[in-house]
Design a protein around this ligand. Structure first.
Ligand code: ADP
Ligand code: MG
Length: 702
């Protein structure tokens, strides 16, 4: 049969209903989808190594003749091992296939076979080489190895999809490409192909799945091959095109232009500032102010490491908007943080006389309805809350600015729901996950980006140490000394209550520590299962230094700001992610006094955990940490599925391919902004199907 891109995979030979269903779960339903499923690695199986030259530990391809094959059954086991002896002109080798029942009667003496796999030494016969579960290809007489999908070529390796192995995928895709007659429309114009010397989409697809013999295997495995570069560029280009279109639509929306450069606004800003802003804070405020003046809504991402002072910038932006007679809503991911913002906004705005309102789910019904009333009447000017802001029937009179703090904690749609409570309000999204600029552009490509890259003055870098359980007595001694000197400390545990996991839990350790090591001091306990009044109360007492030590879970992870706290002990530190550790550490080092972070974890831990802790000890720079985190986890996990899962690039990798990303972004935005390329844009919109639409929506809200 012949195929085109729209042919359903159900029609392909070798894929029954079961496999079709498994592919569908992965979003692969058409031939086009299947061809977009690209190899993640390639193996050079062009050259055959004579058996005599095989070296244990190496991966090799050998062309052999079968001498004997037999099935070895084990007592009481359902499956059996197929044991193969084979030879070539230079020597003999054995191969063992576990679960090899299916090979009985298929591999027969005299047949020519190509084996590919790791070479080991046969444990029973010194100097005999062996391959365990090698890939193999039976060559029928007259078969030219070049016709094979398995050997005699550079072989593509696909990530298995459930029970569908790389080998099955290889065969199905190979067959499809052989019989493919359909059109492969190319989103890249011939002009663009020429400019970047890219192959056409058809050429690229063929070469990416089954690279020509003379391809540079290293380049292929580093995704630098010309066909791969083209596919990567295309992916970025379409994605950025979606962002550019979306952005243009937003800019056509009528926003609320604010007056910024008036004398009374300057005065108001001066009045609220508790300290001299840093150069970076001034710069980002002026970027924000310029947006607020425009007749289109602001969509800006404010990025800055923990403790870089984003809050005051947000409050300055709020001041401008309130002075213009509009309301401002600030949404924080946790109640603790909302309360903290509420308190500091009240402090900062006291002199200005703005009315500050708090809305969280834990409020009493009476309080809440009064708050809702003040918000609806416009009496409340600055409204701080949690997701209660979107979940409750909150109505604003004149919502002019929406501020989202610590955006990585929010689902994208939650953010959108808040902005929809106003008529195209300005939006400022703040994040303490400092991601590299290129990556920020990929993901938030239609948000403008402001970066605070300077810490407020007078900070001493936090010193970080990795201690083991056995050193804990010394750690507590150190905490006692700091507390005796008038400082405060956090002690963090991964779980609230003890469980089977054998992790120390906050509740039990609180009991133990407050009676034992810290019996002379006031110790508080904070975790997510407390009622909101209890949480507020504990936090407030810690803030007032009535508690010297706070035993907590990661509820304190984001945003909490207590300047007198100088020690952060994190037990089971190997259980936390790098970003999380960095956020936790960000709770200290907020004043002028020297601060200390002590990571408690065994010294002999798995490699990845070790790298995380070593990174923490080596640097306090959030950008470096984010980059390392990205390397360790990859962008998907880095952002968490809720946040990022739908930006599923097939080949592109924003960090690795940042140069192509820059090019693609430039091309996409230039195209959308150009008035003379409407036809080209129209044609391209055909490539932006429903799946892409989903992506734009996610990306645009930040
Ligand atoms: P984050 O960016 O993590 O949200 P915050 O806004 O909470 O950081 O600020 C961290 C601390 O630094 C706060 O206590 C804040 O008052 C203080 N701070 C912010 N900017 C300055 C500045 N320019 N000078 C002195 N202290 C500042
Ligand atoms: Mg903050």
């Amino acid at each position: 049969m012949t195929f085109d891109l729209k042919t359903a995979v159900a029609n392909l030979k070798g894929l029954g209903p079961q496999r079709t269903a498994i592919l569908a779960e992965r979003g692969i339903t058409s031939v086009g989808d299947l061809l977009s499923y690209l190899p993640f690695r390639y193996e050079d199986r062009i050259r055959f190594t004579p058996i005599a030259e095989l070296i244990p530990g190496q991966i090799a391809t050998a062309k052999v003749e079968i001498e004997s094959g037999s099935l070895v059954r084990f007592a009481r086991r359902r499956n059996a091992m197929f044991y193969l002896r084979a030879k070539d002109a230079s020597g003999s080798l054995t191969a063992r296939f576990f679960h090899g029942t299916y090979l009985e009667g298929r591999l027969k003496p005299g047949q020519t076979l190509v084996l590919h796999g790791k070479v080991t030494m046969d444990p029973n016969r010194p100097m005999w080489m062996e391959m365990i579960n090698p890939e193999f290809e039976l060559l029928h007489s007259g078969d030219e190895p070049t016709d094979s999908t398995e050997v005699g070529r550079i072989v593509p390796i696909y990530e298995a999809i459930g029970p569908i192995t790389s080998r099955m995928l290889r065969r199905v895709i190979y067959r499809v490409l052989q019989d493919f007659t359909g059109e492969i429309p190319d989103p890249l114009s011939s002009e663009m192909l020429r400019r970047y010397a890219f192959p056409s989409r058809r050429e690229a697809l063929l070469a990416v799945h089954f690279p020509p013999h003379d391809s540079d295997i290293d380049a292929l495995n580093e995704f630098r091959g010309p066909a791969q570069a083209r596919m990567i560029f295309e992916e970025f280009f379409l994605y950025q095109l979606g962002l550019a279109i979306r952005r243009q639509q937003e800019q056509r929306q009528a926003g609320i232009p604010m007056l910024v450069r008036e004398e009374h606004i300057r005065e108001a800003l001066k009045r609220i500032l508790p300290f001299k802003p840093t150069g970076a804070q001034k710069r980002v405020l002026s970027e924000i102010a310029t947006d607020l003046e425009k007749p289109t809504p602001m969509n800006r991402l404010l990025e800055g490491d923990v403790g870089s002072g984003k809050t005051i910038v947000a409050l300055e932006a709020a001041t401008i908007v309130i002075e213009n007679g509009y309301q401002v809503a600030l949404m924080a991911p946790t109640e603790i943080l909302a309360v903290q913002h509420y308190l500091s906004a009240r402090r900062v705005f006291a002199a200005a006389g703005y009315s500050v309102e708090l809305l969280v789910s834990g409020m009493r019904p009476r309080e809440k309805s009064e708050a809702l009333e003040r918000i609806a009447s416009g009496k409340a000017q600055f409204i701080v809350g949690t997701h209660a802001l979107i979940e409750d029937p909150v109505e604003f009179t004149k919502l002019g600015l929406v501020i989202i703090d610590e955006q990585h904690r929010f689902g994208v749609l939650q953010r959108k729901r808040l902005t929809e409570k106003g008529a195209a309000p300005h939006t400022l999204v703040m994040t303490a996950t400092p991601i590299p600029r290129t990556l920020a552009l990929t993901i938030y490509g239609d948000l403008d980006l402001s970066i605070i890259d300077e810490m407020p003055p007078g900070r001493t870098p936090v010193s970080t140490r990795w201690s083991s359980q056995e050193q804990l007595a010394g750690v507590w001694e150190f905490v006692r000394r700091e507390v005796a000197a008038g400082r405060q400390a956090y002690i963090i545990y991964p779980v609230v209550e003890e469980s089977k996991q054998e992790l120390k839990a906050a509740t039990a350790e609180y009991e133990r520590l407050s009676r034992g090591a810290f019996s002379k001091w006031k110790v508080g306990l904070l975790h997510g299962r407390l009622r909101s009044e209890e949480k507020d109360d504990v936090m407030e007492r810690f803030r007032r230094d009535e508690l010297q030590i706070l035993v907590a879970t990661t509820v304190v992870e984001v945003g909490v700001d207590v300047r007198n706290a100088t020690v952060m002990v994190i037990e089971h530190a190997d259980r936390f992610g790098l970003a999380q550790l960095h956020q936790l550490r960000g709770r200290i080092g907020r004043g002028a006094a020297k601060s200390y972070c002590i990571l408690v974890a065994p010294k002999n831990i798995a490699d990845e955990a070790r790298q995380r802790l070593e990174t923490m000890v080596a640097t306090t720079d959030g950008f470096q940490i984010a980059e390392q985190d990205l390397k360790l986890r990859g962008p998907g996990q880095f952002f968490g599925t809720r946040q990022h899962g739908d930006i599923g690039f097939h080949v592109a990798h924003p960090l690795r391919d940042h140069k192509l990303l820059d090019l693609a972004r430039g091309e996409a935005f230039a195209l959308v902004e150009s008035s003379s390329r409407a036809a080209e844009l129209e044609r391209l919109k055909g490539f932006l199907g429903p799946s892409w639409e989903k992506r734009f929506r996610l990306a645009s809200v930040g």
